[in-house]
Design a protein around this ligand. Sequence first.
Ligand code: RIB
Ligand code: CA
Length: 313
Amino acid sequence: MSARKIIIDTDPGQDDAVAILLALASPDELDVLGITAVAGNVPLALTSKNARIICELAGKTETKVFEGCDRPMGRKLVTAEHVHGKTGLNGPVLPDPVMPLQDQHGVDFIIETLRAHDARTVTLCPLGPLTNIGAAFEKAPDIIEKVQEIVLMGGAYFEVGNITPAAEFNIYVDPQAADIVFKSGVPIVVMPLDVTHKALVTKPRNDAFRGLNTKVGTAVAEMTDFFERFDKEKYGSDGAPLHDPCVTAYLIQPDLFTGRHINVEIETESELTMGMTVADWWGVTDRAPNALFVGDVDSDGFFSLLTERLSRL
Ligand code: RIB
Ligand code: CA
């Protein structure tokens, strides 16, 4: 079976970095057509720099990296240095990138790529705020029906908010873009906090990364050592939740995950609940299902897949 064509849209972020490494380590399953950076965890200049740092760490400097939008569609940018550190990749000391940024704007790359490929053959993998995707759908509505699937990290139901009491960060930063995406009609798979909070880098798992004795394994261990502080303090978690790698792992081994096809709508009016993913998990409305909302993961299976793939870089 040929590798699945994907575009990774990302705001690195240590967990984005691990998701990108997992994708680049899996060329038999995933053909990364390009990586589009978006403002989110840290400003765009840093997310586009970090995306290239990760490609170079993986030894995949031929990967095309684009800069997308530097702010949400209709709100002030909110960033998350309190979680990811000032650079967005705090933890390991990694060299500045040498590989170039592509000249084309990330939104135009998404549009051009979808127009150039057969319908339903390109999957979009947003790992940050949905600004680039929402902007592409607004600028070129013709591409919407060409998207094979959107597999995204974002939202929450039982886990409620991590940036406000009601909202998860990626959706909160750009609720308007998220609303466009969830109303688009494109098949969507959602990796919410409900499942990503079960993908925790416990000490044995982090030791397994370090035990690879490779540049990549050590860098990932150092990233998660840094990144875990926020969740340990806030949730008393056993380790850093690997949010974004759930997207890549799903694309490689979907049977690690379980969820429900339900209706998910985005709060875009009330400041109190702005960016909340109103997920009809219990089917109490007659609103049509528009997403596979993932609630569980075989976390041991997830980490053995991840660790084995990282060992290939
Ligand atoms: O809420 C977690 C999400 O927000 C992750 O994608 C993390 O990288 C940040 O973007
Ligand atoms: Ca992210």
